[in-house]
Design a binder for this molecule. Sequence first.
Ligand code: 5AD
Ligand code: FES
Length: 371
Amino acid sequence: MSVKDILDKEDFSKENLITLLQSSGEDRLLLFTRSGKIKADNIGNKVWFRGLIEFSNVCGKDCLYCGIRKGNKNLTRYNLSDEEIIEAAKFAWKNRYGSIALQSGELESPDFTERVEKLLNKIKELSRGELGITLSVGEQKPEVYKRWFDAGAHRYLLRVEATNEKLYNKIHPLNSKHSFRKRMDCLKSLQDTGYQTGTGVMIGLPYQTLDDLAGDLLFMKDFNIDMCGMGPYIEHADTPLIEVKETLLPLQERFDLTLKMIAIIRIMMKDINIVAATALQAIDPIGREKAVKIGANIIMPNITPGKYRDSYKLYDNKPCTDDSAEDCQSCLEARVSLADCDVVYGEWGDSKHYENRRQASGYRLQENPDA
Ligand code: 5AD
Ligand code: FES
């Protein structure tokens, strides 16, 4: 079936998705034009900021691709003080970012649970409830997710990384700390708790096929995600997967596949929030703007205090590690307007998909103050 015919269908089969992922020339442009139009019609030409605070690079896990994995000894570990985190949140609030995202390596402990809970309370208090808060601190017990939800976090990002269990097991150590089943259970638990739930995968991983990527797209639709964060895989010299570097697609192809994945998920899920991942910019200087043009509507400017940024290197060539929060804001604003979009200030910018789910569920889920 031709790309044009596929794009006119309501639902895509796995074969259709593979055809779209393989598209080139005119067909590829057709895909991007369609996804850009769907974004404009359903979301508008808008972008919302989530001020990203990478508050600690201490991680208890050992994912084979990740630069901050526990086993990487070539790295200075840091942990921001509560005051530094609060200052960064204040910066976001004063600059009318609607939301922040708190991200760190993965730790599970009563102390960590309590620390995050207290931070959530403080941030809600200082911003008089105005700052929306996304958490991205990995796999936790259902009761922990619930405590943080009750303390004011309302969105959670947990990338599944790969939905084919066999592939998942090739990029993680084979032990109970890195279980595919647990990851899936966590995603379900987040959704059941009432979070706007976000997930996504890395694109261009070693061993990954187009069939896998098509499966990832079908999973996200079937799981009914509210938010999507996907980025290209970029090898890191101090990780085990560097050994299979020769088998990878060229960076430019990983970049292009990521754009196609974003365009396709926008067509499949018209009202979700889609992040223009920072990793896109590690490959193409205007990578994030390209993603915004074809479907993404969220950018996460880094507001981590500058001295720590160099140590949160998930992958090589991570951009913006020398900038300050102010630099990031003005740079990103100019960039977003290059993509003919406007940054929306002072709004949470919640996933419309979540709102639609909430209405369908008889308003059991959490209310969106922008609606
Ligand atoms: N390349 C690209 N993305 C990576 N991440 C971790 N390591 C890499 C890498 N080498 C992504 C994972 C994780 C997110 C925080 O960063 O998808 O969920
Ligand atoms: Fe930290 Fe994977 S290495 S969660």
